[in-house]
Design a protein around this ligand. Structure first.
Ligand SMILES: Cc1cc2nc3c(=O)[nH]c(=O)nc-3n(C[C@H](O)[C@H](O)[C@H](O)COP(=O)(O)OP(=O)(O)OC[C@H]3O[C@@H](n4cnc5c(N)ncnc54)[C@H](O)[C@@H]3O)c2cc1C
Length: 68
């Protein structure tokens, strides 16, 4: 491969939450009836990844089904 003509490194320090030990997560529930949160930042176990996003979506889907 030839060397790239141009490069730039971007370090986005706010792209995700800080993965520090025992960091409390917001979770899927809200005080509003019928409103739940899904997103990587809500998963209580995984770091903010695609896996956490999918798990959070499945969790909220279960909550929606059990509430209906
Ligand atoms: C640079 C980078 C690299 C990554 N690489 C990996 C990787 O290799 N592997 C991995 O597992 N994870 C990776 N991740 C993390 C992964 O992208 C996220 O964990 C995942 O996309 C989170 O999915 P989400 O649905 O929770 O949120 P998002 O994908 O952020 O989706 C949220 C959506 O809501 C929209 N939105 C926000 N506010 C509003 C509003 N007010 N009204 C309407 N829409 C709104 C946004 O535009 C966005 O489309 C990476 C993240 C970054 C930033």
């Amino acid at each position: 491969m030839p060397a790239p003509l141009w490069t730039q490194l971007i370090a986005e320090k706010r792209a995700t939450l800080a993965c520090t030990p025992n960091l409390p997560r917001i979770g899927p529930t809200t005080p509003l009836p019928g409103v739940w949160l899904a997103g990587d930042y809500t998963d209580p176990e995984y770091p903010p990844t695609l896996e956490a996003a999918v798990r959070s979506g499945l969790r909220v889907a279960d909550l929606l089904i059990s509430a209906s």
